[in-house]
Design a binder for this molecule. Structure first.
Ligand code: ATP
Ligand code: MG
Length: 252
């Protein structure tokens, strides 16, 4: 993969400060601060409907926050023009819930799509890259299948392979294992870990899947009333005396 470390001024891949967002007068994000370093994997825990997906969508520019700042690779994301924003966005992978593959395209075409629509694409043969990424997720044999022929877990793996096609330096995952059986969830969690090790990508993962959080996270942040109220390793937060925090760890 491309080594872009030179363009990263320091170790901070993502720095969010004072992020606020309301919808029709209802405050969802009150004061979100978050920092992610190069190669770090951070998990966001929080109750349903409390703004976890909104945070991810602000980071990729799908939702504009009311105030606050988002620095990605040292650039002030919210102050960039549309062209600058899209070139920065290429470096940020986003894995939607469900994989979000294009139904009318084969797996191969799905993986080609994000690359060929880049303004700088000059028609290079992508076969080797597509095969490498499918091999990463153990689905090389699905290359000419349609998404409808694949199970939900396979679609998520293909979604991850497609995200990797653009060599992202940080990947945002919105509930990557939700709706999957425990064995398949565990496979996806291991894939996330493998990709972190192989390519040194940073990751921000929203999940309710505690075994996944335990396996992949270097650090966990807990969202409550629009702010991160607790932060620590899995083991630290598991021992938290705060009922709200410890509630996430009582899953058995
Ligand atoms: N585009 C939008 N327009 C209006 N309200 C929105 C929009 N996006 C999110 N919201 C509201 O913001 C709140 C937080 O939504 P969000 O999707 O971030 O929750 P979440 O923490 O991801 O929940 P879940 O765990 O169920 O996915 C919800 O009340 C939701 O209705
Ligand atoms: Mg969500």
């Amino acid at each position: 993969m491309t080594d872009r470390t030179e363009s990263v001024k320091d170790n901070d891949i993502l720095v969010i400060e004072g992020l606020k967002k309301s919808f029709s007068g209802n405050a969802v994000l009150n004061d979100v601060d978050l920092k992610i370093s190069k190669g770090e994997t951070v998990v966001i825990l929080g109750r349903s409907g409390t703004g976890k997906s909104v945070i991810l969508k602000c980071i990729i520019g799908l939702i504009r926050p009311d105030s606050g700042s988002i620095r990605i690779f040292g650039e002030n994301f919210l102050e960039l023009n549309e062209k600058q924003m899209s070139s920065l966005r290429i470096r940020v992978g986003f894995l939607f819930q469900g994989g979000a593959l294009y139904d009318s395209m084969t797996v191969r075409e799905n993986l080609m799509f994000p690359v060929i629509r880049q303004p700088g694409y000059k028609g290079a043969d992508l076969t080797a890259k597509i095969e490498e990424m499918l091999d990463n997720v153990g689905l090389l044999n699905a290359i000419d299948k349609m998404p409808s022929e694949l199970s939900g877990g396979m679609q998520k793996r293909i979604g991850l392979a497609r995200t990797l096609m653009l060599d992202p330096e940080i990947i945002l995952y919105d509930e990557p294992t939700t709706g999957l059986d425990p064995v398949t969830s565990n496979e996806i969690s291991h894939l996330i870990l493998d990709m972190q090790k192989k390519y040194g990508v940073s990751s921000l993962i929203v999940t309710h899947d505690m075994p996944c959080a335990r396996l992949v996270s270097n650090r966990i942040v807990v969202l409550k009333q629009g702010e991160f109220t607790a932060e620590g390793t899995y083991d630290e937060l598991e021992r938290s005396k705060d009922d709200f925090v410890s509630g996430f760890f009582k899953f058995e």
